[in-house]
Design a protein around this ligand. Sequence first.
Ligand code: G3P
Ligand code: CA
Length: 249
Amino acid sequence: MDPVRPARPLVVAHRGSSSVAPQNTLAALEAAWRAGADLVEVDVQRTRDGAVVVLHDDDVDATTDGTGAVADLDLAQVRALDAGAWFSPAYAGQRVPTLAEVLAFLADRPGIGLLLEVKGTWDEDAVRAVTEPVLAAGLGGRVLVQGFDEGTVAALAAVAPGLPRALLVAEVPDDLVERCRALGVVACNPGALALAARPDLVGRLQAEGWRVMVWTLDEPEDWAAAVALGVDAVITDRPDRLRGWLEGR
Ligand code: G3P
Ligand code: CA
């Protein structure tokens, strides 16, 4: 047993357990917790009136019964939407969660952590709406913030240097290590295609002391390939099955 690295990769529930419940809802988070996920991943966006809500897209069209850009809607309008019926009538009445609700979920379930993706480009003032509630709730040790946008990750570093952060990458630039060093990350999280194209990447990033969390893998053959490469975490829509697969190896 390696005393530093866990015996198995962490199981990260992508947008909650999003294969069995509507993504980025409290129902999906609850399903992830019941499935034994180590972390739950959610995406956050900003409403017109500056509230932080849990939603992947920058509009509400695909995952609610409403239409329009999140940035053009106030929190009350977003909260009035149904975020579950599109997935199944059984989930009608699910709402778009607020960040505060996700933090309350976390506080009630000590066994699970949060991978919190800040979507798009946020400046220092804007990211405080994320970092301040996380730190005020005393949950900093269980939360890893991440983003694709390097300016956003830099803003997170500036306003909350003690909050662990990660850079997401869909493609691997030649100077990825230098970029991650500049951002002071604890993890660098590549997409599956980037990892397949650059199998040396896991070792290069881990040699810097960073964790590598690959997204989004839902099939056993892909889990096997990622585990063989030595990733630290697998982000999946099927945390229940991944957990069972890891334990059955
Ligand atoms: O956590 C990584 C993954 O969620 C990034 O892709 O589009 O699902 O947010 P996306
Ligand atoms: Ca995400």
